[in-house]
Design a protein. Structure first.
Ligand SMILES: *[C@@H]1O[C@H](CO)[C@@H](O)[C@H](O)[C@H]1NC(C)=O
Ligand SMILES: *[C@@H]1O[C@H](CO)[C@@H](O)[C@H](O)[C@H]1NC(C)=O
Ligand SMILES: *[C@@H]1O[C@H](CO)[C@@H](O)[C@H](O)[C@H]1NC(C)=O
Ligand SMILES: *[C@@H]1O[C@H](CO)[C@@H](O)[C@H](O)[C@H]1NC(C)=O
Ligand SMILES: *[C@@H]1O[C@H](CO)[C@@H](O)[C@H](O)[C@H]1NC(C)=O
Ligand SMILES: *[C@@H]1O[C@H](CO)[C@@H](O)[C@H](O)[C@H]1NC(C)=O
Ligand SMILES: *[C@@H]1O[C@H](CO)[C@@H](O)[C@H](O)[C@H]1NC(C)=O
Ligand SMILES: *[C@@H]1O[C@H](CO)[C@@H](O)[C@H](O)[C@H]1NC(C)=O
Length: 489
């Protein structure tokens, strides 16, 4: 009886081992869609995707070619756990290769005519895959244009569901930003959005947004058009975006990348490397952010532009000699571009003005206030700001760019000392700003109101300096011609 029981157990174990026998797959196998594409194909057949992938045997090379007929696309997932000495890779229809160690049903969206999976199994491991084919839905493309000397265009996940065609005057420059969701990595879903080098989804398919993001570089169309198209509609909540520009505006950059600061509540450090040539990085932000600090050697210059890179849009130049006195700095506006001429620099950014310490100044501080659409003709130029000195009294000075004063627009700049106004100017077309103004106080306030006028917005540069009461002991309000490091040319 006892012996019999032991054999029973042994039999059970053997059958278990047999069922879990590592599978063999050597050679090349072709997988075609089933007649009824409502049914996905699972490999190895019989694998239940809710369980661990089955084991494959060591010492074999397996390849699968999965056909995707024209008019269809494939939604592909793998579960794999490969030993370091083995190689598992997937090659899509454009020839882009993804090497995989471990994955658990990460999504891939694949186009015709085929893709392949290669497994060089030097050691045993686990592997299973699921392929679902879908018919391509008819698309109703939307069109956008980008022009030289223009504000960039940002489009978001969801905007490509019906395909989007972008037309440039020269070529289209595309930057891909990651998902803004930080709870889980949704970036693999960027594989859903395909990039075509031409005016429709019939143009040359060059890859997907995930590849553009992973390459860490921009994509530039060969002609005037670029088409983006998401194979499966409705992934808006992935929260990724693209920045599109006419290549004319960005052609001088050796490297060019988008800035993505996902964790708004902490400081975001952005590195620029211009050792191989001019390096640029653009930040899209619907309102404003602060540069808290810049670290750079004394060999280079970092220029900052609003909207696009031309002299008229330059907000400031930073070198190692002013990068400490001229930060923190608030950058008001949707698109801010940082351009570094050589070597390397790190720009530390934050959304919260308190964390940047923007509103309190130490003596020798320099900076500027600008309208949200500065240097563009717009009626949305209003802003209001104030900065208070750490010292009881400072010599506070400012200069106003007079171009902002047109139509009904008004600009009020006041310097206060212990909450009492010591200098106040209301600039308008009947009271144009002159040169630099200074007064001894502790606070500077600015308020710009377009009052319905379309203007290029205002730019007020300011400075806080130590007040030497030995030189003068009464409050001076004067217009001086002395020029301190002005941010204008
Ligand atoms: C295709 O498969 C689905 C799901 O199994 C089924 O509901 C449908 O009836 C099948 N269609 C045809 C034409 O067999
Ligand atoms: C698998 O492919 C590799 C690389 O081509 C080769 O070196 C190796 O001998 C192959 N192994 C088997 C078992 O065929
Ligand atoms: C890979 O296989 C080798 C040899 O069987 C083994 O020693 C090693 O632990 C394996 N590595 C992993 C990560 O499983
Ligand atoms: C695509 O466009 C068509 C026609 O305008 C519309 O009916 C459809 O809802 C759109 N689909 C998506 C996913 O936006
Ligand atoms: C793409 O080509 C197919 C087949 O030639 C055609 O039916 C379809 O209208 C084309 N689509 C676009 C957007 O040009
Ligand atoms: C703003 O508009 C004025 C008047 O139309 C024009 O002279 C000026 O060039 C425009 N400026 C910009 C930056 O577009
Ligand atoms: C205050 O600063 C301005 C501009 O730098 C300078 O011209 C002026 O002499 C300074 N005044 C005092 C009292 O230091
Ligand atoms: C500036 O305008 C404000 C608001 O209209 C007014 O209270 C203030 O007295 C004016 N100051 C000067 C110096 O004109």
């Amino acid at each position: 009886m006892d012996r019999c029981f032991k054999i029973f157990i042994w039999c059970l174990m053997v059958s278990q081992v047999l069922a879990d026998d590592p599978y063999k797959c050597a050679g090349t196998q072709t997988i075609d869609p089933p007649n009824n594409i409502s049914n996905p194909i699972l490999y190895p057949s019989g694998w239940d995707k809710n369980h661990f992938a089955p084991q494959y045997a060591a010492g074999q090379n397996c390849s699968w070619i999965i056909n995707v007929p024209k008019g269809m696309f494939a939604f592909f997932q793998m579960t794999a756990n490969t030993n370091q000495s083995s190689v598992l890779k997937m090659t899509d229809s454009t020839g882009y290769v993804t090497t995989i160690d471990t994955t658990n049903m990460e999504p891939y969206f694949l186009m015709d005519p085929s893709f392949r999976v290669d497994l060089q199994a030097n050691e045993a491991g686990e592997f299973g895959m699921r392929i679902a084919w879908y018919k391509v839905n008819p698309t109703y493309p939307t069109s956008w244009q980008v022009h030289p000397n223009s504000t960039p265009l940002t489009l978001f996940a969801g905007d490509f569901d019906n395909s989007t065609v972008i037309e440039a005057e020269t070529r289209v420059n595309l930057l891909a930003l990651p998902s803004t969701l930080s709870i889980t990595d949704l970036n693999p879903y960027l594989r859903n959005t395909q990039v075509f080098d031409g005016p429709s989804i019939n143009s040359t398919h060059v890859g997907n947004l995930h590849q553009v993001l992973r390459n860490g570089q921009r994509y530039i169309s060969t002609g005037k058009y670029l088409t983006l198209w998401s194979l499966i509609a409705g992934y808006n909540n992935v929260g990724n975006s693209v920045i599109l520009q006419d290549y004319f505006d960005v052609k001088d950059f050796k490297t060019y990348k988008p800035i993505s600061c996902i964790f708004d509540f902490i400081v975001c450090d952005v590195s620029l490397d211009a050792r191989q040539g001019t390096a640029a990085a653009i930040r899209y932000n619907p309102s404003y952010f602060f540069v808290r600090d810049i670290s750079m050697p004394d060999t280079n210059k970092l220029s900052v532009y609003t909207d696009f890179v031309t002299d008229a849009h330059r907000l400031s130049d930073y070198t190692s000699s002013n990068s400490k006195t001229n930060t923190p700095q608030k950058f008001n506006g949707k698109y801010i571009t940082f351009v570094l001429n050589q070597d390397q620099a790190t720009v530390s950014m934050v959304l919260d003005g308190t964390k940047a310490a923007w509103s309190s100044a130490v003596d020798s501080r320099r900076g500027f206030f600008t309208s949200p659409n500065y240097a563009l003709n717009s009626s949305q130029q209003d802003y209001e700001d104030r900065i208070k000195s750490f010292s009881k009294v400072s010599n506070i000075s400012y200069t106003v760019d007079r171009s902002a004063i047109s139509g009904a627009a008004t600009l009020n700049v006041a310097i206060l000392s212990s909450q009492k106004v010591v200098s106040e100017n209301n600039y308008s077309t009947t009271n144009f700003p002159g040169g630099a103004v200074w007064a001894v106080g502790d606070t500077i306030t600015v308020k710009y109101q377009a009052n319905g006028a379309v203007t290029t917005g205002s730019f007020v540069s300011f400075g806080f300096d130590r007040y030497n009461s030995a030189t003068t002991n009464n409050i001076l309000i004067s217009i001086v011609l002395t020029i301190w490091i002005t941010l204008f040319r």
